[in-house]
Design a protein around this ligand. Sequence first.
Ligand code: NCD
Length: 308
Amino acid sequence: MKSNLIQHLFTTRKLSKQDIENLFDLAKKIENNPKDYSEVCKGRILGNLFFEPSTRTRLSFESAMLRLGGKILGFTSSRDSSATKGESIADTIRMVNHYADIAVVRHYMEGVGEIAKQVSTIPIISGGTGTQEHPTQALLDLYTLKKEFDNIDDLNIGFLGDLKYGRTIPSLLYSLIKYDNIKINLISPKTLRIRGNVENRLNNAKSDYLVTENLHEVLETLDALYVTRIQKERFLDPIDYERLKNSYKITPETLQDVKDHFIILHPLPRVDEIHYDVDKLKYSRYFEQAKNGVWIRMALILKLLGVE
Ligand code: NCD
C-alpha cells in the first residue's frame, strides 16, 4: 500500500481491489508462517490512542505489533489522556509522532483522518472513528469471507441490525462494491436504515442492493449474514434504544432454512442479537473473524511502515 502512497488509513473508499487483494496475500503469508515475521518490526513502536472503549481492535493491534517483534505504547480511554484537560486530537497526534513509528486512533469524532493528514508524518490508522468508518474491521471481515469462499465476487450478503450507527458497515460496503456481482441486503428497522450518504455511494457504484425490515424475506438466499449490535452509545434518547434493542435475535430456529454453506459474521461485541446457542452451529464465524484481525493488522502495519 505504501507503493500507492496511502500513508494513513481512515477509509476503505480509497483502496482499490488490488490494494485489498495484495494485503490479503501478505496476511495469508503471515498466517501460514508467523515465525518468518516475528522480528521484522524490531525497534519499531506502535502507538494506540484509544479515546473510546475497545477490546478486539486495541488488543489485536497490540498483538499484531508484538508478533512482529515491535513494541507498543498508548492509552485506553480519553480519561487517561490529556484530552480531559482540553488537548486537541491534533496536538495528541503531533506528540505521538515523536514517540511511535505508526499509530492507531479510535475516536468518537468524524474527521480525525483529515487532521492526521495535516499534522502527522507517521502513518495513522483508524481503529474506528465516529459512526461512519472502521476500515480495519472491514478488511478483516472481507478477509474472513475470502478465506471461506475463496472468491468474494458473486456473494449474496445480508447486513442486519443498526445500519445507521454501525461504523463497520459503511467501510465493509465500500470495499465490497469493488468486487463483481455482489448482492447486498440491508435489513434494519426503518429508523436505523443505512444513511443517505452511504446509499448514494451504493447507487453511484450501481450496486445491486435491497432494503428491508424483514430478515426472512432474504435469509434463505444469503451466503453470509453480517449481524451488528444496536449501538446504544450513539442514541440521543435512551427510550429509542429500549424500543429498538430487541429488533432482531438470531437463534438456531431462525437458521432452519439457510443455505448449507451459509455463515454468520459479527464485528463483536455481541449483546443479545445472536443467541449463545448459535455459537456451536457450523454457521458461526465471528470468533474466527476476530482472530483474522491479527493477521490483517500485521499485514497492514508492514504495508504502512514499508517493511516487507
Ligand atoms: C465495533 C466498533 O467499535 O465499531 N467494534 C469492533 O471494533 N469490533 C463494533 C461495535 O462496537 O459494535
